[in-house]
Design a protein around this ligand. Sequence first.
Ligand SMILES: [Zn+2]
Length: 482
Amino acid sequence: MGIQIHDTMAGEKVEFHPVVPGQVGLYVCGPTVYDHAHLGHARCYVAWDVVVRHLRARELVVKYVRNFTDVDDKIIARAAERGEDPIAMAARFADSFLEDMDAVGCLRPDVAPRVSGSMPGIVDLIGRLVEKGFAYAPGNGDVYYAVRKFPAYGRLARRNLDDLLSGARVDPGESKRDPLDFALWKGAKPGEPAWDSPWGKGRPGWHIECSAMTLEHLGAPFDIHAGGKDLVFPHHSNEIAQSAAAISGRLAPEDFARHWMHNGFVEIDQEKMSKSLGNFFTVKDLLRLHDGEALRLLLLGTHYRHPINFSDGLLGDAERRLGYLYETLEKADRIAEGAALDPVVSPWAEGSRTALDDDFNTAAVLGILAEAFTAANAAADRKGKKTPTDRGALARFALDARSVGAELGILQREAGEALRALRTRAAARRGIDPALVEARIAERAEARRAKDFGRSDAVRDELLALGVVLQDGASGTTWKVE
Ligand SMILES: [Zn+2]
């Protein structure tokens, strides 16, 4: 069947064939860095991270480009409020963004260009559009794109020029010829960062930067252009108009990007996430209390194109779920230690990869993993001595679980370490002091040695009342937070 992707331009799933066999060029619109990353960013970039991981697992050589928008109205306004240099402030938030994306298990892109470092390409592209008659400079330092010159304008968003015209207007102070036209270059205003250009000092509009950076780092045509579904119009529609006009004699959108993919939004308790509704979470807020891998597991539970529902309770559930997955892996590792691996790849692992081939259906893979983990637990807990075949099967389970996990970006930590980290976070959330728990466990062991079972039960009950559950095993007593 090959790999199927949902292409926004085609409006349906299509079979994916790279422009150059074996290689994939992927461009994802990156963040505008004027604040810390929020939950919507985590959702978006985890989705594209799975795409990169799965394509690589299918032995495609992926070049993953994701930009930083570090020159923008919002950045300039925020930096002015704070009395900071806008480019330096943007660099600080870019570092913060990378830290947060690392924490939710995202691979770094191969190239991460910044607008401030891409000016020659941007100015050159605008020059080509002016030269070809697709752009005009009214003489006040601005340059605009003449939308009516591009017949396929609005195709990606399924909107035509007449629909777009209703509602479009020219704001006072703008020097557009047509209300639909958009800025490629904005003449410098006092106090704003500005770069030299043939039209005078100024800075680029938002859309032209992505056209210039894709062409510089991937060339054209390249395979997949991706981003949040809010970017379909106008951002991606404008990118197509600019890029195809500059490079394609026949003005064909597919001469720029072959496929367009878009991810859905995050909803909080069924409402849109927004600062004004007061239901806005930064990634840092969430990861102060919760594990980054748990957040990722929660995000993977919804197909990337669908809206994702988020609540604190769901994140807590995902964290407990992650604990269960690692407990199962730890158990399987312990039983399978030294066993001869069953040589046959599990059918469920093959099924997981087939589900990812089908437009990266991570929700389906988590369902498949759930069944495999239930079965592995049952096999591990079965009474009686384990045969070499039983142990080989559990070794195979653990190997396949980690290999499917690698495509999702989960289950890559050593199980014992992950469980200890999860326990520490859970204890902190409940205000439980791990040192106190350890001291009580030592006390209980002492009571048990002295055959004072009344005392040992009292300690167990005391800890249980705090939410701490003790587990007695061959190598002593461990604990977890319920
Ligand atoms: Zn973009």
